[in-house]
Design a protein around this ligand. Structure first.
Ligand code: HSE
Length: 433
């Protein structure tokens, strides 16, 4: 078998970058024997001095100037693991214009600037692979694009932020509040020092924008996605949900609607018996509903050096096998670039809701709340009030029947202004999965 030689240039040597190097070192013989491809990491660009020091012991060519990779004619594939929009975007565009294939884990960049990146790749006859951008080690992108290609995907529901899932699991299993669970996640290295993107739902939204585009062959305007995080969830909500037969999960949802797409990220009540309810800790999972396969769940580690490196190396191999043939595959289906369905406003959502009111414990409170709900045609399914504290605020938990979100918002805005309501009402949607 003739061995093909492929040279790589790596931009960024953080957790994933070091994982990629480890995997390449450990698996090079296996890849060579199995696939007939010899992969060499020619150069690494890194500016952090501590990480550069680490690299010196590995004896790989290190540079601080990305052009040494982007302009090197010997480098076939550029691996971008810097993250964020700038300078990653400029580096990727330059690599593509210099006819280099790109492998990236950069979900923010693809979700927000995907059109420009894919257009540039197409114009230059090269590919961008991005399996590591969603779900770490779970081969979700490859599954949607290849294994499930004959399916009409109806909807996907993802637990695709390990940090949030860890926090929610730690709260419900350890009986701790959000702040303590977040601290625990940071101590264990699951949450970043600045966990804003993870807990606010933005990281999930980046990932669902990428998945939705593949599933539905549509452009997805990131700014139209409704995003809520887990910041307002309290331990008591998880306990009440448990009593009601649910658990709370931060879900990234993408569904095909008639002439539009329904894409949103927010906490949801998920019935305890559902497969997604049992995905806990830092695990990620994507639940898919499609015409041929019915229902399927892909689950695995959504972050970490080796699971993510597994996705990156898988992409490198996929590209390496195609070089030098001119077999560029339109990875995100180029036809999709011209198609654009509107993302429906969350106001149009029609679902059941969980409310936790914080109200003074006195007569007529419930009747006044129900009267506002009645005015907006919101029907109550059940109410729980535990404990009694004269002239103090107590939680009142209510489940509704299905109602329109815009009516829910109007009703809650009026209810929150009632004099006996002492805190903003918590509302969590119940998703029928
Ligand atoms: N920060 C992400 C998470 C992992 O917590 O799931 C990388 O996408």
């Amino acid at each position: 078998m003739k061995i093909k030689k492929i040279n790589l240039g790596l931009l960024g040597f953080g957790t994933i970058g070091s994982g990629v190097l480890k995997v390449l070192q450990k698996k090079s013989a296996l890849l060579e024997n199995k696939l007939g491809v010899k992969i060499k990491l020619k150069r690494v660009c890194e500016i952090n001095p501590t990480l550069v020091k680490k690299l010196k012991s590995i004896k790989v060519d290190v540079c601080k100037n990305a052009d040494k990779i982007l302009e090197d004619p010997d480098i076939d594939i550029v691996i971008e693991l810097i993250g964020g929009i700038h300078p990653a975007k400029e580096y990727i565009l330059k690599a593509l214009r210099n006819k280099k294939h790109v492998v990236t884990a950069n979900k923010a960049l693809l979700a927000e600037n995907g059109e420009e990146i894919f257009k540039t790749a197409k114009e230059n006859g090269v590919d961008v692979y991005f399996e590591a951008s969603v779900g770490g080690g779970i081969p979700i992108i490859r599954s949607l694009r290849e294994g499930l290609i004959a399916n009409n995907i109806e909807s996907i529901y993802g637990i695709i932020n390990g940090t949030s899932n860890y926090i929610l699991s730690a709260m419900s299993e350890g009986g701790v509040e959000f702040k303590a669970a977040l601290k625990d996640a940071q101590v264990r290295g699951y949450a970043e020092k600045n966990p804003h993107f993870d807990i606010s739902g933005i990281d999930c939204a980046h990932k669902i924008a990428i998945l939705a585009r593949i599933c539905f062959n549509q452009k997805v305007k990131f700014t139209d996605i409704h995003i809520e995080g887990i910041n307002d969830i309290e331990l008591s909500d998880l306990n009440y949900a448990q009593d009601l037969g649910f658990c709370v999960k931060l879900l990234a949802i993408a569904k095909k609607a008639q002439d539009s797409l329904d894409i949103r990220v927010h906490p949801c009540l998920v019935p305890k018996g559902h497969l997604l309810a049992n995905v806990s800790g830092v695990y990620n999972a994507v639940f898919i509903k499609a015409d041929l396969i019915g229902r399927a769940l892909l689950q695995g580690e959504g972050a970490g050096a080796l699971p993510t490196a597994s996705a990156v190396v898988g992409d490198i191999i996929s590209i390496a096998q195609k070089i030098p043939q001119d077999s560029q595959m339109d990875l995100l289906n180029v036809k999709a670039v011209n198609m654009s369905k509107k993302i429906i406003s969350v106001d149009e959502l029609f679902t059941r809701y969980y409310f936790r009111f914080t109200a003074l414990d006195k007569p007529e409170v419930l009747s006044k709340i129900s009267s506002v709900l009645g005015k907006f045609k919101i029907s109550i399914y059940s109410v729980i009030q535990k404990g009694r504290q004269r002239s103090q605020a107590v939680p009142i938990v209510m489940m509704t029947h299905e109602a329109r979100e815009k009516d829910i918002r109007k009703a809650l805005s009026q209810i929150n202004k009632l004099p006996f309501i002492k805190k903003k009402t918590v509302a969590i949607r119940v998703e029928r999965i």
